[in-house]
Unconditional design. Sequence first.
Length: 337
Amino acid sequence: MSENLILGIDVGGTKIAAGLVDSRGQIVARLRRPMVARRSAEEGLAAVVRAAQAVLAGETARSAKIEAAGISAPGVVDPYRGVVVSATNLPCWRDFPLAARVSEALRLPVRLDNDGNAAALAEALWGAGVGFRSVFYVTLGTGIGTGLVLDGRVRHGRTGAAGEGGHMTINFRGPRCACGKRGCIEQYAAGPAIALRAQEKLSAARSRRGHAKSKPAKSRTPKSKMLTLAGSAQAVTAEIVGKAALDGDAMATEVLHETAESLAIWLGGIMDLLEPEVIVIGGGLGHLMANFGGHIRTQLERWSINPRSREIPIVGAMYGAVSGIAGAAALCMETKT
């Protein structure tokens, strides 16, 4: 007897990841294809359809029944109409009816949602959020994405634009974000922000060393391991900061402590406003900041007025690099909950 599977399609600025997902959230087949995000809308659509068709042509799909397809995409998405409104990483599409066009090409029902919402739903249905009625999901990477799932359903808001937690301001005098606001949490805790803070500290330390050349060698501040790993301050990335911190580098550890403090300010507000039953942290930098979970907890006592905030678990996501595929498939399971 053939198994019922869902096709999950994760569209990014440079790649399309597609796979087949079973009712338990297991990815049983998957592949990656390049995305042509800076060409025409039709060329972008064709790239998505080709990736989907390649999965459907595989042996796993031929021996199963494909019920539907879900699409996870970055940026502003209208899940009610199945439209990509705008996305910095997908300039080929503006107010583009992606769900309808893919549905027409594949002859399958298609659901579309923002990648943060989709990943949140996957964690709530199958991952680290199983058993909790309210799940607040955070993905830490090049940006910060979030999603709120209540009783197995994404909280979309009136127009589908709810859940942009990465653009909540924690410092109204802070740096200007690409979204146009100032002091978004993304400007303090996303990968580029971590890298920039490390680069600035390294440059300041180099300047101090230049003024201290006359001092005895023993009294000089040793070079950071970040420089050894990167070769120059300008080449330091968030990943290098993480490696250096885990290797005991004091400056890298300081950078990540400051990141943890910013996350605590933000999460304190989330707890006070939403009081979710669990907070799930994923993304490429999620595992890194998990090493500073104790520091985040300590700082939360200052930034949440909820007297029982300690009872809210903060856990790592189950899905890693495949969260987009699982999340896209989860969109098609949402109506069954």
